[in-house]
Design a protein around this ligand. Structure first.
Ligand code: COA
Length: 249
């Protein structure tokens, strides 16, 4: 793991969420060398309570979080994540979110990974890929060269993004799904588990199957929460990528 994702000794991690995904983030963080102070969840008896201290409810996360503590969202569901980020977590904390990378993820030397993003065990992020803020690159997912994953997207376990794939904000690429090189998938979309994306996917579209076909709509009534999310005090890394993929993998 490149040193740039290793925690420094002056900071401790706090998790937002105490369910199944939080257990994965907790394990990765501890293996990576983070001191984890505990978790925030409205349920003090959440599954994580047997492994880490419960620090309070979501409302207890304030801008007065001690300077040495760095939060990360540890909730898998994209809409729940977005609502928390947009409405519950003080925007001033945005820049302080930690990037947590499992020590046995493989990260190329020249990639960009934003604040608040989690990269799980066995994931591969290859050359010149850009991962924006608040994303999940889950267990064993492969993000090939020159991919561009925008804010709060979730690449689920075992999914494969071929070279140059672009993923829009708040989009889920389901378990074991894959994309052809240079595919463009819009924002608020869902790629069903096991799907093979052979054509671009518009915004707010659910696709499934091999080859993937539209099967529904997603992300309705999302404008308000999207607006609130974008006012977070963070850089969303939304500029066009500096390089375009020229080949395939
Ligand atoms: C594609 C998906 C979004 C559809 O969800 P949904 O609208 O709730 O669909 P339903 O479960 O009601 O299923 C509707 C139909 O689609 C089929 N279907 C569901 N998921 C499918 C998939 N991934 N590929 C092909 N067909 C699928 C169902 O069998 C069902 O068919 P039927 O009507 O003939 O019985 C969802 O099933 C999916 O794959 N989500 C991704 C989950 C995931 O990977 N999460 C990450 C966890 S870390």
């Amino acid at each position: 793991m490149p040193d740039r994702y290793a925690p420094d000794t002056h900071h401790a991690l706090v998790l937002i969420g105490g369910g199944g995904h939080a257990a994965v983030v907790l394990d990765a963080a501890r293996l990576a060398g983070w001191r984890v102070d505990g978790f925030y969840d409205d349920n003090a008896e959440a599954p994580l309570s047997s492994e880490a201290p419960h620090l309070g409810t979501i409302r207890d996360i304030t801008r007065d979080l001690p300077e040495y503590q760095r939060p990360i969202l540890a909730i898998g569901d994209l809409r729940a994540r977005l609502t928390l980020l947009a409405e519950n977590v003080p925007h001033e904390l945005g820049e302080r979110f930690a990037t947590v990378v499992h020590p046995r993820a493989i990260i190329a030397g020249n990639v960009e990974i934003g604040a608040g993003t989690f990269v799980g065990p066995g994931a591969i992020v290859n050359a010149r890929a850009r991962i924006s803020v608040d994303c999940i690159i889950n267990t064993g997912a492969i993000v090939e060269h020159d991919c561009w994953v925008r804010a709060n997207a979730h690449i689920a376990p075992g999914a494969v993004l071929a070279g140059g794939t672009q993923i829009g904000r708040h989009t889920l690429v389901g378990v074991g799904a894959r994309t052809l090189p240079m595919a463009k998938i819009g924002m608020w979309s869902v790629v069903g588990a096991g799907a093979a994306v052979t054509h671009d996917v518009p915004d707010r579209t659910v696709v499934a199957g091999v080859p993937a076909k539209p099967v529904g709509r997603s992300g309705r009534r999302s404008e308000d929460v999207e607006h609130a999310y974008r006012s977070r005090a963070i850089t969303l890394h939304e500029d066009p990528p500096a390089t375009q993929a020229e080949g395939t993998t």
